[in-house]
Write a protein that binds this ligand. Structure first.
Ligand code: PGA
Length: 256
């Protein structure tokens, strides 16, 4: 069995000025910046990337964007491209977050273009999927997730697939305090691993990290992270404070 390195990624969403973000990153670096058991990623808003990059310089903490355009540059007012993220030392980018899908109308097709563009520019996509409450109650969770995974990863080569990090985030659990049960989460994670096996072969699927997201916090993380197909977390609320974020990294490092 391949041992997948766990990932704890902080999605700050539309929070923190550059100065506040730098303070948070410095605190994270002081606590877990040297360890290498867990991949730690912080994703500030675009305006905070530069100060975060400076604050994490020389540490093992990595930087990610929260979105990007699929074109590298051009007449796309208000957007930014992958080379701009790279120029600020970002190595990761969150794509297809449910807030992008629901508030900004992002479709599977658009997200797919972004995934391909990220890979072309040596950025690791943190590619998000997940069902709404209505979809779960209608019994269509697996079908919804299947469509999102298949369309979102269309055209990704077997060689590059292990670079992708998938984040399963049930929409009803995001920012609501309602966490999926470990059984609910593991069921979908296992299903996604199965899909990846069909799309890319078993050895490739075994290398892909699949994160859980949705009200993950120090109290519920150990149990979630102990599940066979849960390889880390994409953290919103609990990533805005060094203490809780660092505790999540520690919880991930403790899983054997
Ligand atoms: P949450 O957000 O941890 O605040 O639920 C997770 C996310 O949206 O990535």
């Amino acid at each position: 069995m391949i041992l997948r390195k766990k990932v704890i990624a902080g999605n700050w969403k539309m929070n923190k000025t550059p100065a506040d973000g730098a303070v948070l990153v410095r605190d994270i670096v002081a606590a877990v910046g040297k360890q290498s058991d867990v991949d730690v990623v912080v994703c500030p808003p675009f305006t905070g990337l530069e100060s975060a990059a400076k604050a994490l310089d020389g540490s093992n903490v990595k930087l990610g964007g929260q979105n990007m355009h699929f074109e590298a540059n051009g007449a796309f007012t208000g957007e930014i491209g992958a080379p701009m993220l790279r120029a600020l030392f970002a190595t990761h980018v969150i794509l297809g977050h449910s807030e992008r899908r629901s508030y900004f109308g992002e479709t599977d097709e658009l997200i797919n273009k972004k995934v391909l563009a990220a890979l072309k520019n040596q950025l690791r996509p943190i590619f998000c999927v997940g069902e709404t409450l209505a979809e779960r109650e209608a019994g269509s969770t697996l079908k919804v997730v299947q469509t999102q995974v298949e369309r979102g990863l269309e055209g990704v080569s077997k060689d590059l697939a292990p670079t992708v990090i998938v984040a399963y985030e049930p929409v009803w659990a995001i920012g609501t305090g309602k966490v999926a049960t470990t059984a609910q989460a593991q069921e979908v994670h296992g299903f996604i691993r199965g899909l990846l096996t069909k799309l890319f072969t078993e050895p490739v699927a075994q290398k892909v990290r699949i994160l859980y997201g949705g009200s993950m916090k120090p109290a519920n993380a150990p149990e979630l992270l102990a599940q066979k197909d849960i390889d880390g977390g994409l953290i919103g609320g609990a990533s805005l404070e060094a203490r809780s974020f660092v505790e999540l990294v520690t919880a991930a490092a403790a899983v054997k």
